[in-house]
Ligand binder design. Structure first.
Ligand SMILES: *[C@@H]1O[C@H](CO)[C@@H](O)[C@H](O)[C@H]1NC(C)=O
Ligand SMILES: *[C@@H]1O[C@H](CO)[C@@H](O)[C@H](O)[C@H]1NC(C)=O
Ligand SMILES: *[C@@H]1O[C@H](CO)[C@@H](O)[C@H](O)[C@H]1NC(C)=O
Ligand SMILES: *[C@@H]1O[C@H](CO)[C@@H](O)[C@H](O)[C@H]1NC(C)=O
Ligand SMILES: *[C@@H]1O[C@H](CO)[C@@H](O)[C@H](O)[C@H]1NC(C)=O
Ligand SMILES: *[C@@H]1O[C@H](CO)[C@@H](O)[C@H](O)[C@H]1NC(C)=O
Length: 474
């Protein structure tokens, strides 16, 4: 080997390392693979799905292999934990459950393909805070990747893919042929310390990522793609969760990019578990029929202390939207939004007090939601049809609304009156075009007068470690 070839070979190895992994074939034909990644915990044991009989040909059903792998690796929970590696390939699978102290790691060219055989999907109970499934009254098809009562779980990769192949579900849903509520791609219930990062999620049958009754969640570097006309393909739905950090996500979907929830009507009120201490940073959203961030409509356990920063939305119906109704009870309070860049929007600000959509007819007509302390600042929008549509509830106004440093460029075909407001109270400063009379200008200049907390939340201090995966096999 002459010097130039050696240098080129060394450079190639360095390049492969820089992209996160390396694969090399030694003289004996053994394959060594190694990866480095960031995670809340590293693991003492490693295995590949191939060791459990997995076949990545896009045809072989791997449900049993995944279930066997998780069962087997769960034995290491109290002994350093385990990581399951999914190599490049197409891995057709039905639903499988996760275990504690466990990492699922997807190679960049690994694609998990969800089985399209609806009959083979198991069914679980409705969520106690909802009382019903969201599509139908009874049970729910279990999510593709499901976990409950777990601690310390990581689902990550180098942007590997989980494809829900949702087309068949969307069709059956539209034809009203489904017996149960559609599955989600990932659902984690009653759990603690969860990381979901560096993955691409495609074509979920319904919601994509649903952490519920869970705390200390990091969701980072996720790309979510679904047709903008697909039904209920919400991106990320933190639901009755405490301490969640969602960062660097890119979402194109048929429903809200992030939908913050906490249970439905009388069931959510009774369960009484709020979503609180939620951080959202650097979200990019495209969702022509929905919001970049929705609060509700199921918010009966309460939503409080939400901090959203650096939100970009393109061809999206509205920015940060509040959806509620009489009968929901609960509250949405202490919401802080700073830095939105919005392009081609129907409404920049939208609050709805008559969302309807009840679990059943037994909701309490006296259960009024409290909407209070909603702060928006540093917003630039262009090509907007209406600046705001703010509709509180008669006898239950939405209060403490603050908007400052907001510049909205109206579309050529904009409505004549850019603001409609009823049953809302608040103040504004430096907002263009000038707001409705219910939100009087109280500031002298464009200075951001609306609050945004300066303290840090404990979830910001949860540090990621450098972990690695090294495997030699014949
Ligand atoms: C995600 O990937 C990026 C770029 O490869 C890397 O810098 C980051 O540490 C990863 N984060 C997580 C949480 O996996
Ligand atoms: C997965 O968990 C759910 C809920 O606990 C359970 O109903 C189901 O049987 C589990 N599936 C497997 C394969 O263990
Ligand atoms: C999971 O945790 C919830 C809430 O703590 C509890 O009600 C439920 O019984 C637990 N389920 C299992 C299978 O341990
Ligand atoms: C991950 O893959 C998706 C889909 O191919 C792509 O759009 C996105 O840019 C990728 N993200 C990163 C960080 O490479
Ligand atoms: C107003 O908002 C813009 C971004 O939308 C920001 O660059 C600017 O610093 C803000 N001005 C003040 C006074 O905070
Ligand atoms: C402005 O918005 C309209 C829809 O309201 C859209 O058709 C048009 O392409 C947008 N223009 C630009 C320059 O983005």
């Amino acid at each position: 080997m002459n010097a130039m070839v050696a240098a080129a070979a060394a450079a190639a190895v360095v390049l492969i390392f820089a992209s996160g992994g390396v694969e090399c074939r030694s003289r004996e034909g053994r394959i060594a693979e190694s990866f480095e990644y960031s995670a809340i915990s590293c693991r003492g044991h490693s295995a590949s799905i191939v060791e459990f009989g997995g076949v990545g040909d896009g045809k072989t059903l791997n449900t049993a292999a995944f279930r066997r792998a998780v069962d087997e690796l769960s034995k290491h929970a109290s002994d350093g934990g385990a990581q399951l590696f999914v190599p490049a390939g197409k891995w057709l699978t039905g639903s499988f459950n996760l275990t504690s102290h466990f990492t699922l790691y997807l190679h960049k060219d690994a694609i998990l393909l969800a089985s399209q055989d609806i009959k083979s999907w198991g069914v679980v109970d409705p969520l106690p805070s909802y009382g019903h499934g969201r599509d139908t009254a009874g049970g729910r098809y279990i999510s593709l990747i499901f976990g409950t009562n777990l601690t310390d779980v990581v689902i990550t990769g180098e942007n590997g893919t989980i494809d829900g192949q949702g087309g068949v579900w969307w069709q059956q849903f539209h034809k009203k042929k489904l017996k149960y509520t559609r599955p989600y791609l990932i659902e984690i219930m009653h759990s603690h310390k969860i990381q979901i990062s560096n993955l691409t999620l495609l074509n979920s049958p319904s919601w994509n990522v649903h952490p519920v009754y869970t705390s200390d969640i990091i969701i980072q570097g996720i790309t979510i793609l679904a047709p903008v006309t697909s039904p209920n393909t919400d991106g990320i739905n933190p639901d009755s969760c405490t301490s969640t950090r969602i960062e660097d996500t890119y979402i194109v979907s048929g429903d809200d990019c992030i939908a913050v929830k906490s249970g439905w009507d009388e069931y959510g009120i009774k369960y009484g578990m709020p979503t609180k201490h939620l951080i959202i940073r650097r979200l990019t959203c495209i969702s022509p029929y929905s919001a970049a961030i929705a609060l509700g409509s199921e918010m009966s356990g309460g939503i409080e202390d939400v901090r959203a920063e650096d939100v970009t939305a393109i061809r999206t119906e509205s920015g940060v939207r509040i959806k509620t109704a009489v009968g929901r009870g609960g509250y949405v309070r202490d919401i802080y939004v700073k830095g939105m860049s919005l392009h081609t929007m129907k409404w920049v600000f939208w609050m709805t007090g008559n969302y309807g959509s009840h679990a059943d007819t037994h909701y309490d007509p006296n259960a009024l939601p409290e909407i209070k302390g909603i702060n928006y600042r540093d917003v630039v929008a262009e090509n907007v049809t209406m600046a705001a549509r703010l509709e509180g509830i008669s006898g239950d106004p939405f209060t403490g609304i603050c908007m400052s440093n907001v510049t909205i460029g109206m579309a050529k075909k904009a409505k004549k009156y850019p603001w409609t407001c009823s049953e809302v109270e608040g103040v504004t400063s430096g907002v263009v075009p000038p707001p409705c009379s219910l939100l009087p200008n109280k500031g002298r200049d464009k200075r951001a007068m609306c609050d945004f907390p300066t303290d840090t939340l404990p979830i910001d201090d949860l540090e990621l470690q450098k972990c690695s995966y090294v495997k030699n096999y014949l």
